[in-house]
Design a protein around this ligand. Structure first.
Ligand code: AMP
Ligand code: ZN
Length: 133
């Protein structure tokens, strides 16, 4: 079976699904859209949110295109754990350990998810209200 039969096509020598080619965060991962990076390795990327809702607001995303938490596979459990550990480390580095902050995953329409690529928000540097709106 070749790439096109699997719904894949070759783009800049990498394999992208059509879904990924329309995904803002996949474009950030591919370097097609700029971002203010905090951290990157083989499996994840962290960058500042373009529209910060707190003095410290960044996102940690897997490089694998996973649409949302509802479609997360069991085999991705360890990856998601590492995303949270990295988010915690980056929050600590930015002085947010003592007072804390919020690690958030919005999912689907009612969750207010606007980018369909799994991401952890970290918000810190101010007291946050609860319940969310
Ligand atoms: P959510 O609403 O949970 O899906 O979060 C998506 C987040 O991505 C929002 O907080 C946006 O401000 C943020 N965002 C959208 N476009 C960009 C971008 N180009 N660079 C960084 N953050 C972005
Ligand atoms: Zn994506």
């Amino acid at each position: 079976m070749n790439g096109s039969e699997k719904g894949l096509f070759n783009y800049r020598e990498k394999c992208y699904t059509k879904e990924m080619s329309n995904c803002l965060f996949c474009k950030i991962i591919a370097g097609e859209i700029p971002s203010k990076k905090l951290y990157e390795d083989d499996e994840m990327l962290a960058f500042y949110d373009i529209n910060p809702m707190a003095p410290v607001h960044f996102l940690v995303i897997p490089k694998k295109h996973i649409e949302n938490l509802f479609v997360l596979d069991e085999s991705d459990a360890a990856l998601v754990g590492r995303l949270f550990i990295k988010a915690r480390e980056l929050a600590k580095e930015r002085g947010c350990e003592e007072k804390g902050g919020r690690f958030v995953i919005n999912a689907k329409t009612d969750g207010g998810q606007t980018v369909d690529h799994l991401h952890i928000h970290f918000l810190g540097g101010r007291a946050l209200g609860w319940p969310p709106g």
